[in-house]
Design a protein around this ligand. Structure first.
Ligand code: 1CP
Length: 333
């Protein structure tokens, strides 16, 4: 069994596996090298040879316990026929939604369009470097994908004031998303993904109707993934109540964000925990890093705990700080 599965399934507390959200990305010079020559981000995600190389880059350097596939949560709206582009120094920009077309979209069309992602998983899975390690497939949670699909740009400056105007559009998109997110999960599992992570990066923007936007749609995916026989990790970034979330949604493991109070989460939540460290700590110095990483390792000493961050690693992170981080986690007794 892999170290992460030992934590997740056997509830072992004496192993602290480590991987990092966004580990395959811009802080790596070897990634930037490939990216420079491949200016179309979607095309890069659909290039199975290059995306395999990128997926394995962080494992070569840091010997993490899992590979997360190089892809993006916005590949789902792309597969559903919405235009998705990534603009330099701006981020994603999405096109108009054609609801009729999305309702009538054939599952085979979606799967064919995203076929390179499934081939990538299959290839990574069979790579010698993945021996006794996990291949993490992932999806965006319905709420976060809904946010990008309707807002059309990152909501980092807030949601457009028209966001909730068309309630029937929201209900319909959530229903279509449930179908295609499940299809994407199934295809990834069949291709060899051993864990699925659900990224709800903008869960913190939900103010009302938690059942409709958070609990119900996420539970539906968690139940589905568990039935496929694969553990599922949820990352509901920025929510105020992880206790209720875990009780209602019942993921196999929960990734906490960096605002979570460690004492509270230990008493509130019984399932295995992942993550938490503020990625900004990796921009400070080694003494600070030691101090902060040990806070997490000590706090979860008697609990199954997978080391990770409280959000994705920042592009300006130095390689030697990541090396130091891995050393601290590996040497913890
Ligand atoms: O070079 C570039 O400009 C591309 C940067 C980049 C990368 C490396 C984007 C654009 N996506 C990715 C890869 C990616 N995205 C992975 C790869 C695997 C890994 O190493 O983890 C994953 C898991 C994601 C998931 C993702 N994409 C999330 C959820 C996680 C999170 O960080 O909150 C989100 C919100 C996205 C959307 C997205 N894609 C890219 C950007 C810059 C963004 C965020 C835009 C925003 O601020 O809203």
């Amino acid at each position: 069994m892999t170290p992460i599965q030992e934590c997740l399934i056997n509830k072992r507390t004496d192993v602290n596996p480590i991987w990092l959200m966004r580990q395959a990305g811009r802080y790596l010079p070897e990634f930037r090298e490939i990216r420079k020559k491949n200016t179309n981000f979607i095309e890069l995600c659909l290039n199975e040879e290059l995306s395999e190389i990128i997926t394995l880059q962080p494992l070569d350097r840091f010997k993490f316990d899992a590979a997360i596939i190089f892809s993006d949560i916005l590949m789902i709206p792309f597969g559903m026929g919405q235009k998705v582009e990534f603009q330099k120094n701006f981020g994603p920009r999405l096109g108009e939604i054609n609801k009729e077309e999305m309702f009538n979209l054939k599952e085979t069309y979606f799967s064919d369009k995203l076929q390179p992602i499934y081939k990538l998983i299959n290839n990574v899975k069979r790579n010698e470097k993945l021996k006794n390690k996990d291949v993490i497939g992932f999806v965006g949670a319905p709420w976060t994908l809904l946010v990008y699909m309707i807002n059309k740009v990152s909501p980092k400056n807030g949601l457009s004031k028209f966001f909730f105007k068309d309630t029937s559009l929201i209900i319909d998109i959530l229903e279509i998303l449930d179908k295609f997110i499940k299809l994407h999960i199934k295809n990834q599992v069949e291709a060899g993904a051993t864990i699925i992570q659900i990224f709800d990066s903008w869960a913190g923007l939900i103010e009302n109707d938690f059942d409709k936007y958070l609990y119900k749609p996420t539970s539906s995916l968690v139940d589905y993934t568990k039935k496929l026989g694969v553990p599922v990790i949820c990352f509901p970034r920025g929510i105020s109540d992880y206790k209720v979330f875990c009780k209602v949604v019942k993921p196999s493991m929960v990734n906490i964000d960096y605002n979570v109070n460690l004492k509270n989460i230990i008493s509130d939540v019984e399932i295995p925990i992942q993550g938490g460290l503020d990625p900004q700590i990796l921009l400070t110095n080694k003494d600070m890093l030691n101090l902060e990483v040990n806070k997490y390792l000590e706090a979860f000493r008697d609990r199954p705990y997978v080391f990770n961050l409280g959000h994705g690693i920042l592009p300006e992170t130095k390689i030697e700080m990541v090396e130091e981080l891995v050393k601290i986690v590996r040497n913890f007794k």
